[in-house]
Design a protein around this ligand. Structure first.
Ligand code: HEM
Length: 520
């Protein structure tokens, strides 16, 4: 009896073994077929193969994230290439003029489909996704068209932007005025993150808003940003992205309450315009509230790392400080008000009268804005009349690769050298054009960042006063250093420091009691 059972067991195991081997064989065959089929169309960008067949690119992307494109750029120098992962293809652009051509051809090389896909990160159900993903026939309207117009017009140069600038600088002046005479120790990134998130929330949503009412939401918003890539994948996010998932769940009810109580009547033009477009196309208050975390994130996720590194770069180079103080000093006026000395910075001439400071800003964005612009190909299209791009593929413009390319920027491409933006006239016509096309911290084309004017003002005006009226050093009194950047996760747009910096911020002699203000 027992030997009959044993025989049956052996037979069952053998059948199992054969079955598993067959299934594995079939799956591998399918994978190999899908990966090997040479289905490249004539005129398509050349395929760059990975060293490990079939799955090498996937392993590379999952292990190296954004750095993987830098890794490939070191071994493949062509203007554009194709990466194939099973049957999907991603085109990667490495040449500045092709990047600009892709931005221009926004009808076929589109950003909206990515945004509709990204709705999974904010837990939209099918109702919301359908409204976002709706692609109108020619001449028809759509939510995404109205939303785009509202966002871009409210942040364009004009009265609405002036009001937004005034609001944000009012908050940032308070942050500077809170640094009283005597040394103050700060965790620099943490300090900037908190001050800018409070300032952005107050500017966008009005005095009474979810973040100022409950500052613990700051951490939740940044947890969401850190986990964005995993939240978009939406694969059991409670377990795969627990911090971002919890952050999202804490922020949503706070913004829902804000909308249900009608507090958005105090919001700035951007938030009011977004809500107007959303309501018109049938999004509910809950859906509007779910999306707010992305807006407050968009306002800070690039701004805070940029202001952090701009401060580190400048204060780590003592020879920059005096020329910068001289530039900024020309725009400062001192008035006596309410018995105090008010030091005001006139921000309308920052760009024209502070070329070195403006160059420090651009150089910081060049080195620090490393993410990528991602698009989908809606229709078969010829890029710049040269390369055939296939419908359904993804296209990626890796900002970090483009902005640090030695061929475009010269041998010191990886160093902080703001003067490169002041010495443009010494470049050849071609080199100047290549740099202008390769400098893409704001993306490009139709989706060029609408917040760029606001970002310039809130970063450069704040740093101007910090340089003019304060001394910054490491907490032991030594010269500031520039900390190493953190690992560049997919989906993260600008580099934050791997570790925060413990710094001393002191008022300069002669400015111990100054009250800082901005003239908008
Ligand atoms: C240093 C600061 C900033 C940088 C480097 C930056 C960068 C970018 C980039 C690269 C894009 C386009 C993405 C693409 O083409 O794929 C973008 C889009 C956007 N940014 Fe910014 N941004 C900054 C600050 C801001 C601020 C302060 C706001 C204001 C709320 C803002 C609002 C937006 C919005 C609403 C979009 C979407 C535009 C659209 O879809 O048409 N950004 N940003």
């Amino acid at each position: 009896m027992s030997s009959a059972t044993d025989n049956l067991n052996i037979l069952a195991k053998a059948i199992y073994g054969v079955l598993i081997a067959s299934v594995l064989g079939l799956v591998s065959f399918g994978v190999i077929r899908l990966s090997c089929v040479e289905d490249v169309e004539p005129g398509e960008p050349p395929v760059v193969y990975s060293r490990i067949p079939f799955i090498g690119h996937m392993i590379g992307l999952l292990s190296q994230h954004n750095n993987y494109f830098t890794y490939i750029s070191e071994r493949y120098k062509g203007p554009i290439y194709t990466v194939k992962i099973f049957s999907s293809r991603i085109y990667i652009i490495q040449s500045p003029d092709l990047a600009q051509a892709a931005f221009r051809q926004s009808k076929e090389i589109d950003f909206n489909a990515i945004k509709a896909w990204g709705c999974r990160a904010i837990d939209y159900d099918q109702h919301g996704i359908d409204i976002v993903a709706f692609r109108p026939e020619k001449g028809e309207g759509a939510y995404m068209i109205d939303l785009h117009n509202e966002m871009h017009s409210s942040l364009a140069q004009g009265p609405s932007l002036l009001e937004t600038n005034a609001r944000v600088l009012n908050y940032l002046a308070k942050s500077l005025n809170a640094v009283h005479a005597g040394s103050k120790r700060h965790q620099l990134f943490r300090w900037l993150r908190d001050e800018y998130t409070i300032a952005s929330a107050g500017t966008l949503y009005g005095l009474s808003n979810p973040v100022s009412d409950n500052p613990s939401l700051i951490q939740s918003i940044w947890d969401f940003e850190r986990d964005l890539g995993l939240l978009v994948l939406n694969f059991h996010p409670r377990f795969t992205a627990p911090k971002g998932y919890d952050g999202r769940n804490v922020v949503l009810p706070a913004f829902l309450k804000y909308y249900e109580e009608g507090l958005d009547k105090n919001a700035n033009g951007l938030v009011q315009g977004r809500a107007r477009a959303a309501r018109q196309w049938g999004l509910t208050n809950e859906e509007i509230a779910k999306a707010e975390i992305t807006i407050i994130m968009a306002a800070g996720t690039n701004t805070v790392p940029s202001v952090f590194y701009m401060i580190c770069y400048i204060f780590s180079k003592p020879d920059l400080i005096n020329p910068l103080r001289e530039e900024v000093g020309k725009l400062m006026t001192r008035k006596t008000r309410d018995g105090g000395e008010v030091e005001s910075l006139n921000i309308s001439q920052l760009q024209s009268d502070c070329p070195l400071l403006t160059a420090c800003f651009h150089e910081t964005l060049r080195l620090n804005k490393t993410g990528a612009s991602v698009r989908t190909i809606l229709e078969d299209v010829k890029l710049d009349n040269q390369y055939f791009l296939k419908k359904g593929a993804f296209l990626q413009i890796p900002t970090g690769v483009m902005q640090a390319d030695l061929k475009t920027w010269g041998p010191d491409a990886k160093e902080f050298n703001p003067r490169r933006f002041l010495n443009q006239d010494s470049l050849s016509k071609e080199a100047k054009k290549a740099q202008a096309q390769a400098y893409i911290p704001w993306g490009g084309g139709k989706n060029l960042c609408p917040g760029r004017h606001l970002a310039f003002t809130e970063i450069v005006a704040f740093v101007a006063v910090l340089v003019y009226g304060f001394e910054l050093s490491m907490s032991d009194g030594s010269v500031m250093r520039v900390p190493k950047g953190e690992f560049q996760k997919l989906g993260v747009a600008s580099i934050s420091p791997e570790k925060d910096l413990d710094v001393l911020i002191q008022r300069r002699k002669g400015f111990e009691d100054a009250i800082w203000a901005f003239d908008v």
